[in-house]
Write a new protein. Structure first.
Length: 459
């Protein structure tokens, strides 16, 4: 029988295939922007209203939906598309050259939006709350990663920008970022690749099952991933405590392998860190003894336990038996007892050493020797979900959700080609793109029948 892959709740391909105006209408209907519009209209007061706030705002959203990389590109589209002008709210009776705002009007409007970043963040939070109410299990599994966004301005190393005020041309906020990728080929050869750029970082916290952002922060390119991640978690806890309480795991790459982050995730939020271990042991060091004193159990950098048979010295990999929350410890069992293997030294295998952070009992019984390793022995190695377990592998696959969100930002939301300079503009542009992404998802969810919602949810 041919296996048909289960489809997710909504497909971005389906959204792309909607009619252009229907796609924009989907976003405009779902966007909770009334508070922002009222604030902008109050600021405008009773002056001239040749280009209404709401119409200009809708056209800015249209520029994101239709992947316009510049204001001039958007203005050209508005000028030749009367239906788009009408959907945005511009006067349909005016000629195109009179209805479409000039470049300076968009410059002023975007400047006003930058002064209302809090209202824009509130739109993101409101969309997140509505999606959490619509989607079962939303927020159970999270993923975290950063995305480098290059600034196309000249790097400060090529010009002295110190003490200069931002003028819209130079980028006085950006700096240099660097990422190092390491790996090992099949033949055992180590390789290393270094990527550097001048610009910014977009740090994303993503819902892994639905592939939707739940938190973000824009920093300079030099900001360390493992230092920004706790801020994302604190923001999520502050703004969406119910969502944070629902979270059970967070997947991230080796850049987040940090003792403080591991401890904060589990001890503060009860979230299991699904983070690969950085290879920071000494060269040639393959295992370390688990217990102090003369004992035959060792562990490797991945937290995998092995025992040396007392009779013949043969190495046997011990069997992971789960994490005991009440003891805050991993439990491992004798492979001979679990699998029925022959071990000549089983009768002599007993705990001959002990340590405050690891305990074991003898193996000369039917159940076999059991070893409990406290997480506090090494929080980066002995995690609530053991790395050698199938559950860890399954949860770590959720990290690819961040990569797909990043790809969507590059391809569908125009971050591969942009003209953004300055921290405030970058924060505004990232916030708008992510809000549009959530609004599009919410609109798509609401198109589905409620009685079929559960059957379409990814496991």
């Amino acid at each position: 029988m041919a296996i048909i892959p289960q489809r997710r709740l909504f497909s971005w391909d389906e959204v792309e295939n909607l009619g252009d105006l229907q796609r924009l209408a989907l976003v405009l209907k779902a966007m909770p922007d009334e508070a922002l519009m009222c604030a902008l209209e109050r600021e405008r007061g009773h002056g001239r209203d040749d280009y209404p706030v709401r119409a200009v705002w809708n056209s800015v959203l249209a520029g994101i939906v239709y992947q316009h990389v510049s204001v001039e590109s958007l203005r050209r589209e508005l000028g030749r598309n009367a239906q788009l002008r009408q959907l945005c709210g511009f006067d349909p009776l005016k000629k195109a050259e009179e209805a479409v705002p000039p470049s300076w009007a968009y410059t002023r409007f975007l400047g006003a939006l930058m002064a209302h970043q809090e209202e824009l963040d509130a739109i993101f939070d409101e969309l997140l709350e509505r999606l959490a109410g619509e989607l079962p299990g939303f927020g159970r599994h999270l993923a975290c990663d950063s995305k480098g966004i290059a600034s196309h301005a000249r790097a400060r190393g090529e010009g002295n920008y110190e003490g200069l005020e931002p003028d819209g041309r130079r980028d006085t906020d950006a700096d240099f970022g660097r990422k190092t990728y390491r790996g090992r080929d099949k033949d055992g050869t180590l390789w290393e690749k270094v990527v550097s750029w001048f610009g910014y970082k977009l740090h994303l916290l993503v819902e892994a099952d639905y592939e939707l952002p739940v938190g973000y922060k824009v920093t300079r390119a030099s900001a360390a991933d493992n230092r920004v991640a706790p801020q994302l978690l604190e923001d999520l806890q502050s703004n969406h405590p119910a969502l944070m309480e629902r979270a059970r795991s967070l997947a991230a790459d080796k850049a987040y392998d940090d003792s403080a982050l591991h401890s904060k995730l589990w001890e503060t939020y009860g979230i299991a860190p699904i983070i690969p271990r950085r290879e920071d042991w000494k060269d040639g060091e393959l295992t370390r003894p688990l217990l102090e004193g003369a004992d035959n159990i060792v562990y490797d950098i991945e937290g995998r336990l092995s025992c040396y048979g007392p009779g013949d010295g043969r190495v046997h990999q011990m069997v992971y038996a789960g994490f005991e929350r009440e003891r805050d410890a991993q439990k491992w069992r004798c492979p001979a007892a679990v699998w029925g293997l022959q071990c000549r030294g089983r009768e002599d295998c007993a705990s001959t050493g002990s340590a405050p952070r690891a305990t074991s009992r003898g193996c000369a019984n039917a159940y076999g020797r059991a070893v409990r390793v406290k997480r506090s022995k090494d929080v980066r190695t002995f995690c609530p979900v053991a790395r050698p377990s199938p559950k860890w592998e399954r949860l770590y696959k959720g990290r690819s959700a961040v990569e797909r969100v990043n790809s969507r930002l590059d391809v569908s939301f125009g971050f591969e080609r942009h003209f953004i300079r300055g921290m405030a503009k970058m924060r505004l542009r990232c916030g708008l793109a992510l809000a549009v992404m959530l609004a599009m998802a919410l609109g798509r969810v609401r198109q589905k029948r409620r009685d079929l919602m559960r059957s379409l949810v990814a496991a």
